[in-house]
Design a binder for this molecule. Sequence first.
Ligand SMILES: C[S@@+](CC[C@H](N)C(=O)[O-])C[C@H]1O[C@@H](n2cnc3c(N)ncnc32)[C@H](O)[C@@H]1O
Length: 510
Amino acid sequence: MSRSRKGSKKASRKSSASSKPSTNRKPVELDAEQVSAAITPIELPHDELERLAAAMSQRHSNVMRIRRDRSKLNASEAVSGTQFDVPWYPPAVAIPNDYRASRSIDFAAGEYYLQDAGSLLALAAAEAHTDSLSGQLVCDLCAAPGGKATGVLEAIGSDGFLLANEPIRSRVAPLAYNLSRTGSDRYAISSEDPDALSQKLPGVFDTILIDAPCSGQALLSRGRQSKGAVNESMVATNAARQQRILAAAHKLLRPGGTIIYSTCTFAVAENEDQVQWMKDELNMQPSPIEALSDYQSPLADCGYRVWPHRDGCAGAFAARLTKPIAEEPSEETAEFSEDPWLLRRGVLQSEQPLDSGCDELIQSVFGISSTEARTDEESVLLRQRDWIAEAFCEGAPEWVKQDWTIGPEVAHRTGQTWKPSHACALRHPDDPFTTNAERIELNDAEAATYLAGGTVPTDQRGWLIVQHRDRPLGWVKADGRIGKNHLPTHARMQVVAEVSKDKGREKVVD
Ligand SMILES: C[S@@+](CC[C@H](N)C(=O)[O-])C[C@H]1O[C@@H](n2cnc3c(N)ncnc32)[C@H](O)[C@@H]1O
């Protein structure tokens, strides 16, 4: 099927070689016939199939998804000449020539997230750049490493709450790190099989994002998939797993709630066929997105595609459907789902006594006593599990108290010594938990030294949150002369470039 798209623009390709992913993996090449078989029954003219095949083996540069809840970097003006580099998701911009986007202080400060423009299609389907998700209870069912979950976390604002679920345990740590970089504490993490989760929280969520595990045909260009990605059996195996996940998502969703389904593959069996299956088997209703009409799939009224050869990205599929409002409440609805915001009312304290070392650290660094009752404004749920302490936000749902959730980390123990956690330093400075912590402001050169693992000059003492232009970067422990670096190894970087806010040009920091 041939089609033209009026007014659509490609994600701009301004990036230089320096901003390309530093992987040595070779792209996998397919010919037009193999590509045609992969996308059947979608039909494209032969010359377009050839262009698609060529584009599928070409590496597409990441774009910068600018934090919508920060004002320090007005990146659409400061780092880009074009307002709408990614037409389906305006808050994202192409990486400017010679700007080392993953090596800047702004990146360390969490001003933007680097991802393929195609992966923003799911956020566009969720309308995460508008107020649509504001105040919602959202579940990202397949969340690691968190590219979309971090976008959702910004979109739900200061009244919403996100459960980021990732069943593969080894992928939970990078997810937790990426969520912490947003500075928000309005989330919990779980590592549950979707079906098991749906038995714990039936009928609870307003929106569920399923960025499903898939055959990953769009990853061929990054050498992160083999030619097996286009095998029928691979596609069928993934489609069956996706249906199991979708069935669980349907149980987790409240009546009237929304499912956002996305993949990074081109196979119709994993995309439009799943939309049809949700309509036929789960009685889900299509919920088309007017702003994405340029990208509408020829085979699904509420499904959208971006293609490598048309849209300058690796490619993706996303769809939006809603669950009809049932006349009778489902028997499966969880008891707390009628009012999931139970914690908002109570005065929250540690449920179990904390280790004395943990208690002392939290009192001295954060000025919070876990043993005294809190006022409503200061309320926070503290929990200690072996060597870590977590603090949930005010307004977190009642079910976060259950032991299968993981909360935002505030402190951890190394040997017998308790230390404040990196994730906690990154919390918004007005967060009730960190509002009393001491801070130190660094200039560009000092921040670059700190991010590379160096010490910082200070006459203060004790644990200090290091900031650059009011944006937290991490901890130092100071002795009245220097602050010793406590940035985790995975957060360290050699800063090579910083965007000049005045001229929109690169400027070398060190
Ligand atoms: C496409 S990736 C998600 C990417 C993520 N949403 C992002 O934007 O960074 C799919 C994720 O699903 C997870 N996964 C694998 N099997 C799963 C299952 N049965 N149910 C839910 N998630 C699963 C994978 O470990 C992987 O992290």
